[in-house]
Ligand binder design. Structure first.
Ligand SMILES: [Zn+2]
Ligand SMILES: [Zn+2]
Length: 262
Protein backbone atom coordinates (compact mmCIF):
# COMPACT_ATOMS: atom_id res chain seq x y z
CA UNK A 1 0.00 0.00 0.00
CA UNK A 2 1.51 3.28 -1.04
CA UNK A 3 0.51 6.35 0.90
CA UNK A 4 0.88 8.72 -2.00
CA UNK A 5 -1.86 6.77 -3.79
CA UNK A 6 -4.05 6.85 -0.73
CA UNK A 7 -3.51 10.58 -0.51
CA UNK A 8 -4.45 11.14 -4.10
CA UNK A 9 -7.50 8.88 -3.86
CA UNK A 10 -9.08 9.33 -0.50
CA UNK A 11 -7.78 11.02 2.58
CA UNK A 12 -10.15 9.12 4.87
CA UNK A 13 -8.19 5.96 4.15
CA UNK A 14 -5.18 7.78 5.54
CA UNK A 15 -6.93 7.89 8.87
CA UNK A 16 -7.35 4.11 8.79
CA UNK A 17 -3.72 3.76 7.83
CA UNK A 18 -2.68 5.71 10.91
CA UNK A 19 -4.93 3.59 13.14
CA UNK A 20 -3.47 0.24 12.11
CA UNK A 21 -1.81 -1.25 15.17
CA UNK A 22 1.04 -2.91 13.27
CA UNK A 23 3.71 -1.99 12.15
CA UNK A 24 5.49 0.26 14.66
CA UNK A 25 4.97 3.97 14.25
CA UNK A 26 8.57 4.75 13.25
CA UNK A 27 8.08 2.23 10.46
CA UNK A 28 4.90 4.03 9.42
CA UNK A 29 6.67 7.38 9.31
CA UNK A 30 9.48 5.82 7.32
CA UNK A 31 6.91 4.25 5.02
CA UNK A 32 5.10 7.56 4.51
CA UNK A 33 8.35 9.36 3.74
CA UNK A 34 9.38 6.56 1.42
CA UNK A 35 6.10 6.69 -0.49
CA UNK A 36 6.13 10.46 -0.75
CA UNK A 37 9.76 10.38 -1.85
CA UNK A 38 9.14 7.72 -4.46
CA UNK A 39 6.49 9.96 -5.93
CA UNK A 40 8.81 12.95 -5.84
CA UNK A 41 6.68 14.58 -3.18
CA UNK A 42 9.39 14.89 -0.55
CA UNK A 43 13.03 14.11 0.10
CA UNK A 44 14.28 12.29 3.17
CA UNK A 45 16.44 14.78 5.02
CA UNK A 46 18.50 14.13 8.14
CA UNK A 47 20.82 17.03 8.82
CA UNK A 48 20.17 17.73 12.51
CA UNK A 49 19.99 15.72 15.73
CA UNK A 50 16.30 15.39 16.64
CA UNK A 51 17.09 15.44 20.37
CA UNK A 52 19.45 18.39 20.80
CA UNK A 53 19.36 20.19 17.43
CA UNK A 54 23.11 19.81 16.73
CA UNK A 55 24.13 19.59 13.08
CA UNK A 56 24.98 15.98 12.19
CA UNK A 57 27.92 14.91 10.11
CA UNK A 58 26.82 12.18 7.74
CA UNK A 59 25.22 9.10 9.30
CA UNK A 60 27.27 9.26 12.50
CA UNK A 61 25.55 9.52 15.92
CA UNK A 62 25.18 13.05 17.33
CA UNK A 63 28.54 14.28 18.63
CA UNK A 64 26.81 16.39 21.30
CA UNK A 65 24.30 13.97 22.88
CA UNK A 66 25.13 10.62 21.26
CA UNK A 67 21.61 10.07 19.87
CA UNK A 68 21.70 7.88 16.76
CA UNK A 69 18.67 8.38 14.51
CA UNK A 70 20.02 5.81 12.06
CA UNK A 71 19.99 2.96 14.58
CA UNK A 72 17.19 0.36 14.55
CA UNK A 73 15.50 1.58 17.73
CA UNK A 74 16.65 5.19 18.11
CA UNK A 75 14.06 5.94 20.80
CA UNK A 76 14.45 2.67 22.73
CA UNK A 77 11.10 1.61 24.18
CA UNK A 78 9.73 5.14 24.62
CA UNK A 79 6.24 5.40 23.09
CA UNK A 80 5.41 8.30 20.75
CA UNK A 81 1.97 8.43 22.42
CA UNK A 82 2.11 11.10 25.11
CA UNK A 83 5.47 12.45 23.97
CA UNK A 84 3.88 15.48 22.27
CA UNK A 85 2.58 16.76 25.61
CA UNK A 86 -0.23 19.14 26.50
CA UNK A 87 -0.25 22.92 26.24
CA UNK A 88 1.00 25.50 23.76
CA UNK A 89 4.76 25.49 23.49
CA UNK A 90 6.85 28.31 24.90
CA UNK A 91 9.58 27.66 22.32
CA UNK A 92 7.94 30.14 19.91
CA UNK A 93 10.54 32.85 20.60
CA UNK A 94 13.53 30.58 19.99
CA UNK A 95 16.17 32.39 17.88
CA UNK A 96 16.54 29.36 15.62
CA UNK A 97 13.28 30.30 13.84
CA UNK A 98 14.87 33.61 12.88
CA UNK A 99 17.88 31.66 11.63
CA UNK A 100 15.68 29.52 9.39
CA UNK A 101 13.86 32.54 7.94
CA UNK A 102 17.21 34.33 7.52
CA UNK A 103 18.49 31.43 5.41
CA UNK A 104 15.29 31.48 3.39
CA UNK A 105 15.80 35.20 2.66
CA UNK A 106 19.39 34.50 1.57
CA UNK A 107 18.15 31.86 -0.88
CA UNK A 108 15.49 34.21 -2.26
CA UNK A 109 18.13 36.91 -2.89
CA UNK A 110 20.55 34.41 -4.41
CA UNK A 111 17.84 32.99 -6.67
CA UNK A 112 16.74 36.48 -7.81
CA UNK A 113 20.36 37.48 -8.54
CA UNK A 114 20.92 34.33 -10.60
CA UNK A 115 17.79 35.03 -12.65
CA UNK A 116 18.78 38.68 -13.13
CA UNK A 117 22.17 37.60 -14.49
CA UNK A 118 21.22 34.43 -16.38
CA UNK A 119 18.17 35.62 -18.33
CA UNK A 120 19.75 38.73 -19.94
CA UNK A 121 23.00 36.77 -20.49
CA UNK A 122 21.06 34.01 -22.25
CA UNK A 123 19.13 36.50 -24.42
CA UNK A 124 22.34 38.37 -25.32
CA UNK A 125 24.27 35.18 -26.14
CA UNK A 126 21.45 33.73 -28.23
CA UNK A 127 21.31 36.99 -30.21
CA UNK A 128 17.67 37.66 -29.27
CA UNK A 129 18.74 40.83 -27.52
CA UNK A 130 21.37 43.40 -28.43
CA UNK A 131 22.75 46.04 -26.13
CA UNK A 132 21.04 49.05 -27.65
CA UNK A 133 18.59 51.35 -25.88
CA UNK A 134 15.74 48.87 -26.36
CA UNK A 135 17.85 45.94 -25.13
CA UNK A 136 18.93 47.83 -22.01
CA UNK A 137 15.29 48.78 -21.33
CA UNK A 138 14.24 45.11 -21.59
CA UNK A 139 17.02 44.08 -19.17
CA UNK A 140 16.02 46.86 -16.76
CA UNK A 141 12.34 45.83 -16.84
CA UNK A 142 13.11 42.12 -16.34
CA UNK A 143 15.55 42.87 -13.50
CA UNK A 144 13.08 45.21 -11.78
CA UNK A 145 10.41 42.53 -12.01
CA UNK A 146 12.62 39.93 -10.30
CA UNK A 147 13.70 42.44 -7.66
CA UNK A 148 10.05 43.21 -6.87
CA UNK A 149 9.13 39.50 -6.70
CA UNK A 150 12.10 38.84 -4.39
CA UNK A 151 11.21 41.86 -2.22
CA UNK A 152 7.65 40.66 -1.80
CA UNK A 153 8.85 37.11 -0.98
CA UNK A 154 11.23 38.55 1.63
CA UNK A 155 8.48 40.73 3.09
CA UNK A 156 6.24 37.68 3.47
CA UNK A 157 8.92 36.03 5.65
CA UNK A 158 8.86 39.01 8.02
CA UNK A 159 5.18 39.84 8.20
CA UNK A 160 3.61 39.76 11.63
CA UNK A 161 -0.06 38.84 11.54
CA UNK A 162 -2.99 38.03 13.74
CA UNK A 163 -2.55 35.46 16.49
CA UNK A 164 -5.63 33.64 17.69
CA UNK A 165 -6.86 30.51 19.43
CA UNK A 166 -9.97 28.59 18.49
CA UNK A 167 -11.38 25.14 18.05
CA UNK A 168 -11.96 22.86 15.09
CA UNK A 169 -15.74 22.52 14.71
CA UNK A 170 -15.84 20.66 11.41
CA UNK A 171 -13.70 19.23 8.61
CA UNK A 172 -14.74 19.17 4.98
CA UNK A 173 -13.12 17.62 1.96
CA UNK A 174 -15.05 19.20 -0.91
CA UNK A 175 -17.49 21.99 -1.69
CA UNK A 176 -17.56 25.60 -0.53
CA UNK A 177 -15.76 28.45 -2.18
CA UNK A 178 -12.33 27.06 -1.26
CA UNK A 179 -13.31 23.64 -2.65
CA UNK A 180 -10.74 21.37 -1.06
CA UNK A 181 -9.79 19.84 2.27
CA UNK A 182 -10.29 22.43 4.98
CA UNK A 183 -10.89 22.88 8.68
CA UNK A 184 -13.85 24.91 9.88
CA UNK A 185 -12.60 26.77 12.93
CA UNK A 186 -14.41 28.87 15.50
CA UNK A 187 -12.06 31.44 16.92
CA UNK A 188 -12.33 32.38 20.59
CA UNK A 189 -13.80 35.74 19.54
CA UNK A 190 -16.69 33.85 17.90
CA UNK A 191 -15.62 34.37 14.32
CA UNK A 192 -15.88 31.36 12.00
CA UNK A 193 -13.05 30.82 9.54
CA UNK A 194 -11.99 28.16 7.04
CA UNK A 195 -8.39 26.95 6.90
CA UNK A 196 -7.50 25.30 3.58
CA UNK A 197 -5.11 22.32 3.45
CA UNK A 198 -5.07 21.97 -0.29
CA UNK A 199 -1.65 20.43 -0.72
CA UNK A 200 -1.26 18.70 2.56
CA UNK A 201 -3.71 15.94 3.40
CA UNK A 202 -1.37 14.54 6.05
CA UNK A 203 -1.69 17.83 7.96
CA UNK A 204 -5.44 17.88 7.29
CA UNK A 205 -5.75 14.45 8.91
CA UNK A 206 -3.61 15.55 11.85
CA UNK A 207 -6.32 17.91 13.12
CA UNK A 208 -9.48 16.39 14.60
CA UNK A 209 -12.90 17.89 15.30
CA UNK A 210 -12.82 19.34 18.82
CA UNK A 211 -9.10 20.15 18.78
CA UNK A 212 -8.16 23.48 20.35
CA UNK A 213 -5.63 25.17 18.08
CA UNK A 214 -3.52 28.31 18.08
CA UNK A 215 -2.31 30.32 15.12
CA UNK A 216 1.17 31.62 15.92
CA UNK A 217 1.92 34.66 13.81
CA UNK A 218 5.33 36.05 14.60
CA UNK A 219 7.81 37.58 12.14
CA UNK A 220 9.77 34.32 11.99
CA UNK A 221 7.13 31.80 12.90
CA UNK A 222 3.74 31.34 11.31
CA UNK A 223 2.22 28.02 12.18
CA UNK A 224 -0.76 26.27 13.70
CA UNK A 225 -0.32 24.41 16.96
CA UNK A 226 -2.60 21.90 18.61
CA UNK A 227 -3.13 22.31 22.37
CA UNK A 228 -3.36 18.59 23.18
CA UNK A 229 -0.70 16.52 21.42
CA UNK A 230 -0.79 13.60 23.87
CA UNK A 231 -2.60 11.17 21.57
CA UNK A 232 -0.51 11.98 18.49
CA UNK A 233 2.49 10.17 17.11
CA UNK A 234 3.48 12.87 14.65
CA UNK A 235 4.33 16.57 14.68
CA UNK A 236 5.05 18.97 11.86
CA UNK A 237 8.07 21.23 11.87
CA UNK A 238 6.77 24.79 12.42
CA UNK A 239 9.40 26.18 10.01
CA UNK A 240 9.57 23.74 7.10
CA UNK A 241 6.53 21.47 7.78
CA UNK A 242 8.69 18.33 7.75
CA UNK A 243 6.90 15.31 9.22
CA UNK A 244 8.47 14.56 12.61
CA UNK A 245 8.05 12.05 15.42
CA UNK A 246 6.56 13.35 18.71
CA UNK A 247 9.65 11.98 20.49
CA UNK A 248 11.78 14.48 18.57
CA UNK A 249 12.59 17.91 19.99
CA UNK A 250 14.09 19.38 16.81
CA UNK A 251 13.32 19.01 13.12
CA UNK A 252 15.81 16.66 11.49
CA UNK A 253 15.56 18.54 8.20
CA UNK A 254 16.09 22.17 9.29
CA UNK A 255 17.01 22.06 13.01
CA UNK A 256 14.08 24.20 14.17
CA UNK A 257 12.67 23.42 17.62
CA UNK A 258 9.36 21.53 17.51
CA UNK A 259 6.36 22.93 19.34
CA UNK A 260 5.55 20.52 22.16
CA UNK A 261 3.56 20.72 25.37
CA UNK A 262 4.55 19.65 28.85
ZN1 LIG B 1 22.09 15.40 19.79
ZN1 LIG C 1 12.04 21.82 9.69
Amino acid sequence: MCLAHILSNNSFKLNLYFRQSNPSFSDKIRDIRYCLRRNNMTIEMTFFCTQCGTKLSGKKPCRNCGFDIHSDMPYGDISPIGAGGYGFSDAVDDPRYAGYQGNKRKYIILFALILIIIIPAFLLLSGDLILDTEGITVIAVVSTMFILIAASAIRSTQRRGLEWTGSVVDKRLIGGKLNGPRLIVKRDNGKMIELPFKDNLVQYEYYKIGDVIKQHNKPNLRTLEKLDKRTDEILFCPSCAYLCDTRDNYCQACGSPLLKGK
